[in-house]
Design a protein around this ligand. Structure first.
Ligand SMILES: Nc1ncnc2c1ncn2[C@@H]1O[C@H](COP(=O)(O)OP(=O)(O)OP(=O)(O)O)[C@@H](O)[C@H]1O
Length: 242
């Protein structure tokens, strides 16, 4: 292990009652990488990201973020987490939601105003700042959740299927912003089912039945499997008899 690694899982197991959903999962994410977790529905991706985000605890094995064993409260201010289901206050406006989360992150008022402006521009929602969230479409809610995850400029960004319900044009623009953040040093862990998003990751971990069954750059995975596309890689590992 390198002390440089921003995220590290070592032999992680997670059982719910007697059902084991993660088996001996180990991987590391160095600084400023975009690491994608790819796997079929129910394979364990969300369970992994919850352990890294510090909202769930491994049954055995270790999860480290920025060198700290998780869960650890003091690390949470360095993490931006966008869950699969949106945690928004629907009766409040987008701005009030942002102000609420900004105060949780301890952002002071002048800086808070500036950050709210920046993140709403980033997700292309500036003109909806004063609209009640109950009037937002599903895609707009996803974008607002992403804006909230980015508010406090976290050095670790954990995104659980962030672009579900977002149209291809905006998806492209969000990805170029994520690539920009990564170039500036943000470490990003993302789960996705979308192959063109997986192709944009620096490194991919293929999850199946709670196991990390392959890892590498998108190109390495294609070479290893002889597939001519990432879809082919996904099908190769999805169909493997393990
Ligand atoms: N709190 C829980 N109690 C019991 N079982 C759970 C719990 N959370 C997750 N599981 C089970 O763990 C397995 C992995 O679920 P998880 O949500 O991590 O998969 P996923 O790969 O994120 O799926 P999707 O792509 O559909 O979101 C599933 O079988 C799920 O039913």
């Amino acid at each position: 292990m390198s002390v440089q690694d921003r995220i590290q899982l070592v032999g992680v197991n997670r059982l719910f009652n007697k059902t084991q959903v993660l088996h001996d999962v180990s991987f590391t994410v160095p600084p400023a990488q975009i690491y994608g977790l790819l796997g079929p529905s129910g394979s364990g991706k969300t369970t992994i990201v919850k352990l890294i985000a510090g909202i769930d605890q491994a049954t055995s094995g270790d999860v480290f973020v920025l060198g700290n064993r998780m869960p650890k409260l003091s690390v949470l201010s360095n993490i931006g987490y966008m869950a699969q289901s949106d945690a928004l206050y629907h009766e409040l406006t987008a701005e009030d939601n942002l102000i609420f989360f900004a105060s949780l992150f301890g952002l002071k008022s002048a800086h808070r105003k500036q950050r709210i402006k920046e993140v709403m521009e980033l997700v292309d929602l500036s003109s909806h700042l004063h609209k009640r969230v109950s009037l937002f479409s599903g895609g707009m809610k996803r974008r607002l959740s992403l804006a909230i995850a980015l508010l406090h400029e976290p050095s670790i960004l954990i995104l659980d299927e962030p672009t579900v319900g977002i149209d291809p044009l905006l998806r492209q623009s969000i990805w170029s912003k994520l690539e920009g953040l990564s170039k500036q040093g943000t470490t990003i862990l993302i789960t996705t089912h979308v192959m063109d998003e997986a192709a944009k990751c620096d490194r991919l971990g293929m999850i199946r039945n709670g196991r990390l069954i392959a890892e590498g750059t998108p190109q390495q995975l294609q070479e290893q499997t002889g597939a001519d596309s990432l879809e082919g890689v996904f099908i190769h590992y999805g169909g493997a008899d393990l």
